[in-house]
Ligand binder design. Structure first.
Ligand code: SF4
Length: 303
C-alpha cells in the first residue's frame, strides 16, 4: 500500500472537511457537463476525483487489523456482512488460538464457531476458514499464495477478498468493489454497472493500475465517512465540486457535518491498531461476546 504523507493534514479529528460545500481539494469548480460524456472526459474526472480524495484521505488504509497475509485473508473472509470493527474485535482471540493455517485447519469446528459467532454467519465462515486453512497447509506449505488465480480457488475467497489480500499484503494493485465502492462510483457517474465484476472492469479502464489499491481505500473511506448510502453528507463533502450527484444528500453544512463518521466526525475509527499516521483515535476495545449475533440473524451491513 502506498504510504501516507504524514503532516499533509493536521493529525487530529479536525481532518473533517472545513471548506464550504461546493469547494474541492484543489479549489477549482466544476463545469456542468453538456451532452453524453466522452471517455476522455470520464477518465479526467475519475483521476481528478482520485487525486482530490488522495488529498483528503492521505492516510487511507485497510480497516482490518492484521500482521501477515494469513491474518489479512482470514479477517477479510470474516468481514463479509459485518463491520471491520466487529472483525477487529474478534480476531485477537482467533489468532491467539489459531496462529497459522495448520493450527486453524486442525481447530475443533464448534470451538471455532464460538469464536466467530459475533461476526454473524459463523457456521459458514468457520467452514470457509477450516477449508482454506487446510488448502494453505496442504497445497501451499502454509503460505498464502500471491496470485489471483490461486486465491480465488480457496474456500470462501472471491475476487473482492483476493484483491484486498493482493493489494495490501503483496503490493499487487487491485480494485475492491464492495458496497461502498459500487455506490460511490455510480454516484460519480463513472459507471452505471451494478455487477461487481463489470464495475471493476470499467473503473480499471479509468484509473491507472498503480492507483487501484489506493483508489479503493480512498473511495471506501469516503463512503464510510461522508457519502453514506442513505444520507450522504453533501454539505460537508470535500469533493462536492467534482461530484455530479451533489444534492443527493444533506446540503446544509451544519446538518451535514453532524452526519460525518469516524475521524471525520471526531470519533474513533474501526481499527484497534491503526497506522501511526491515522489522524483519529483507535477503536474502543470491547469484549466480543458483548455483540449480539446469531447465524440466522440478519447481519449488520458493512460500515
Ligand atoms: S453524493 Fe454528496 S457526499 Fe457523495 S460524493 Fe457527491 S457531493 Fe459528496
Amino acid at each position: 500500500m502506498k504510504r501516507a504523507r504524514p503532516g499533509r493534514r493536521s493529525g487530529s479529528a479536525s481532518a473533517a472537511p472545513s471548506r464550504p460545500a461546493g469547494g474541492s481539494a484543489s479549489g477549482r469548480t466544476r463545469k456542468p457537463a453538456a451532452g453524453p460524456e466522452s471517455r476522455l472526459s470520464r477518465v479526467r474526472r475519475a483521476r481528478r476525483i482520485n487525486r482530490e480524495l488522495g488529498e483528503v484521505y492521505y492516510y487511507a488504509h485497510p480497516e482490518l487489523d492484521f500482521e501477515n497475509p494469513f491474518q489479512l485473508l482470514v479477517a477479510t473472509v470474516l468481514s463479509a456482512q459485518t463491520t471491520d470493527l466487529r472483525v477487529n474485535l474478534t480476531t485477537p482471540a482467533l489468532f491467539a488460538a489459531y496462529p497459522d493455517p495448520a493450527a486453524m485447519a486442525a481447530a475443533d469446528p464448534a470451538e471455532l464457531e464460538e469464536i466467530l459467532r459475533p461476526t454473524g454467519f459463523f457456521r459458514a465462515k468457520a467452514r470457509s476458514l477450516l477449508g482454506l486453512s487446510a488448502r494453505l497447509r496442504d497445497d501451499y506449505g502454509g503460505q498464502v499464495p500471491g496470485r489471483l488465480e490461486e486465491l480465488v480457488k480457496l474456500p470462501g475467497v472471491g475476487r473482492k477478498t483476493a484483491f484486498v489480500v493482493l493489494g495490501n499484503a503483496f503490493g499487487v494493485p487491485g480494485l475492491t468493489v464492495d458496497t461502498h465502492f459500487g455506490r460511490l462510483v455510480r454516484r460519480w457517474r463513472l459507471t452505471e454497472q451494478t455487477d461487481p465484476d463489470r464495475v471493476e472492469a470499467e473503473i480499471a479502464d479509468l484509473i491507472p493500475r498503480k492507483e487501484w489499491t489506493d483508489f479503493s481505500h480512498r473511495t471506501i473511506f469516503h463512503g464510510r465517512r461522508i457519502c453514506h448510502a442513505r444520507r450522504p453528507a453533501c454539505g460537508a463533502c470535500p469533493i462536492a465540486a467534482v461530484c455530479p450527484s451533489f444534492g443527493e444528500g444533506e446540503t446544509d453544512p451544519a446538518k451535514a457535518k453532524k452526519l460525518l463518521k469516524y475521524e471525520m466526525g471526531g470519533r474513533p475509527g474501526q481499527r484497534l491498531k491503526p497506522p501511526p499516521d491515522y489522524p483519529g483515535e483507535p477503536a474502543v476495545p470491547m469484549p466480543p461476546e458483548a455483540a449480539p449475533a446469531s447465524d440466522a440473524a440478519a447481519p449488520a451491513r458493512d460500515a
